[in-house]
Design a protein around this ligand. Structure first.
Ligand SMILES: [Fe+2]
Length: 389
């Protein structure tokens, strides 16, 4: 078990119908909100209207920013921050999937940043890197997708399309103050969206679980519990779309899996997420789909490292009652998600690997694993190629 600090300053309100509390909770944080959403789904599902009514009845004023695209661009986020500044907002609300929530947290930072500073300047790989030395506006997040866990963490994943870099910004200043996790809001998702969401949730724990060195009994068992829950519950939610109990469990599993609980007591990291971020930074694939297409190949390739194989066997024994690689892929096929990358991605593999080393190598020509072993460009090329159909 590795030493750790655990800090989780988020008030989570979890349950059916809790979205009605949006106005009351927002009022505790500010008077005028920048409401950040995607381009259409929250409007067509009627959720936006519900949230606006709740804000109005609580006397919270708002400005709508509904320009967030999937894989949100830094240009969009800086724009949202400028709007919050211009409109003198003192609160940000993020409503939707991972993209609007990540954008809301970053816009809360952009809104208080000095003139001329882009949120990209705070990214660890930025040439103009600067530490966060301002206090972002308070944020309230309302997820509609039980996947990213953005509502419970201090991470914002942002894409710079000019550089083809998709990178996470992580800082305690980015924690939202409040998260309203209402499983009813997931009812408008398609079967496909829900299935891929489940894969993302599993990956959030599976990656650090498999790449940590040494055991952490309490943490290992907690993670196995959450992973097993998703494996059991997702088929129920897919078969019976109105099963709210299944969606409630799935939603809370999603929040926990990517909360600070994710790395607690482990030294493993979200390595597959790094590989996926380089894939979608060049192809614009949706995040969870990209993960799903890479996961079996990544697990198989990584099993050559002794420390990884040890953890893989443990996962297999405790969760899959057999081989973890085979068990995972079998379950994914049952969920009807893609487990292989489309051949059209092949031509981008060299540039994706260059990006990976440039962003995560820390100036070196390799990425170091917690075991001290090194992964070079050729290793990542092999993983991407293994994932091709
Ligand atoms: Fe993810």
């Amino acid at each position: 078990m590795h030493n750790f600090e655990f800090y989780w300053p988020v008030k989570a309100i979890v349950g059916n119908g809790e979205v009605k509390k949006t106005g009351i909770e927002a009022k505790k944080l500010g008077r005028r909100a920048l409401l950040v959403t995607g381009r259409s789904s929250v409007r067509s599902s009627g959720l936006l209207e519900k949230v606006l009514v709740s804000l109005e009845s609580a006397g919270v004023d708002f400005v709508l920013f509904n320009g967030v695209e999937p894989n949100p661009r830094i240009t969009t986020i800086d724009q949202a921050g400028l709007l919050a500044k211009k409109e003198k907002c003192d609160l940000v609300i993020g409503l939707g999937g991972g993209s609007p929530m990540d954008s809301a947290k970053a816009a809360a930072l952009a809104a208080v940043s000095p003139e001329g500073v882009s949120v990209w300047d705070y990214m660890f790989c930025s040439k103009n890197f600067r530490k966060i030395d301002v206090v972002p506006l308070p944020a309230l997040l309302i997820p509609t997708l039980p996947a990213t866990g953005s509502e419970g963490n201090s991470i914002s994943v942002i894409t710079n399309w000019e550089l083809h870099q998709k990178v996470h910004l992580m800082d305690n200043a980015l924690f939202p103050k409040t998260a309203i996790i209402d499983p009813e809001l997931t009812l408008s998702l398609s079967r496909e969206q829900l299935a891929y969401a489940g894969v993302d949730v599993i990956c959030h724990l599976l990656e650090p679980y498999l790449t940590t060195t040494g055991d952490s009994y309490v943490k290992d068992r907690m993670a196995e519990g959450v992973i097993s829950t998703v494996i059991d519950i997702l088929p129920k939610a897919l078969q019976s779309p109105s099963d709210i109990e299944a969606r409630m469990n799935l939603s809370w599993a999603g929040t926990l899996a990517c909360s600070p609980f994710r790395f607690m007591a482990w030294n493993g990291k979200g390595f597959l997420h790094w590989i996926e971020h380089c894939l979608s930074a060049w192809t614009d694939l949706p995040h969870s789909e990209g993960l799903s297409m890479l996961l079996p190949a990544w697990m198989e390739y990584m099993s050559r490292y002794k420390f990884f194989k040890y953890r893989l066997d443990m996962l297999g024994k405790r969760v899959f009652n057999g081989s973890a690689v085979e068990g995972m892929e079998r379950w994914m096929k049952e969920m009807n998600v893609k487990t292989r990358l489309d051949k059209s991605a092949a031509e981008k593999i060299p540039v994706m690997c260059d990006t990976l080393i440039a962003v995560y190598g820390g100036g070196k020509e390799f990425v170091e694993l917690p075991s001290g072993e090194k992964m070079f460009k050729g290793d990542f090329e092999e993983i991407y190629r293994k994932a091709l159909k």
